[in-house]
Design a protein around this ligand. Sequence first.
Ligand code: FES
Length: 344
Amino acid sequence: MSNHDSGHEATTDVALRDTTGPDRFEDPGHPEHHPRLGDNDPKANKKAERQVVFLFTISILGTLAFIVAYFAFPPGTSPETMRRSNITLGLSMAFALLGIGTAAVHWAKALMNDHEKSEERHAQRSTDETREAAVEVLKEGAADSAIGRRGVLKVSMIGALALFPLSIVLPLIGNIGEDWDVSKFKRTMWRKGLKLTTDPDGRPIKASDVTIGSVFHVIPEGLHEKPHPLDEKAKSVVLLVRLAPEDLKEAPDREGWSYNGIVAYSKICTHVGCPVALYEQQTHHLLCPCHQSTFDVADGAKVVFGPAKRPLPQLPITVDDEGYLVAQSDFHEPIGPSFWERLK
Ligand code: FES
């Protein structure tokens, strides 16, 4: 084995010729090198350059389309407007990123140096000579990219890279203000006397209709009349379960929050906010499908397994004069992920 302590020397004669050791194998060498079309043909080289410019231009157009879509198709409040906004923003950002990525790859493959090099393995920290050599190689690469000579290509690349951050910054700027007001996450639309209704059709629920072991997905009465019903729904969804009253363990400060074995808990997981919806009647466990946090509905929805750090917030409920289930108040703590947890 030849001894190259600098480890960076370019050579096609890789040294592993000793086949006597258990891990040694004969170096198969490089396959025959075939020059690319553009290596010998200036026209083909120029064509490849135009292709790279074209790809950067696609990225520029993608970013411009993103900006236009951001203002032209606001998400609004209906599923249709949200879908339209997501599709246009997603597609335009995909073109912006794809343009930069494919242009960089094509530039490297079609225009940059095509020499094959081999390096021997060496200690992890390179020697000073190797590091200096690496700097030289980088400089060579910069020179090899011919960025100084290819003016249009340089401009198109700078344009693509300079414009693309707008697609990230713009939504952030647009959201500063009302949307960053976290206080609205502390409250939901539940209030005293508001009926519990079925999701999604908004049908009021009578306590007598809730049999032991049954589960109802619940939204507040009048949700669909709200100006931002989906925002409200994301905070207010509740899971209603009826247990045998003797199975229910109620903390002293929560006495009277349930009705005849019926309990209501926020459906928003306290880990990172997925909807918990998998209820196992025998164990009274409620499972979040995202990371398997498990809550004990019979015991204040305390966490019995998984990464969630606090119980699901409970909605105090009772019935009105007609026997319909109604809320006694809003939740007594913020719903959702634990990072909202704070003093009331
Ligand atoms: S979001 Fe529910 S366990 Fe992670």
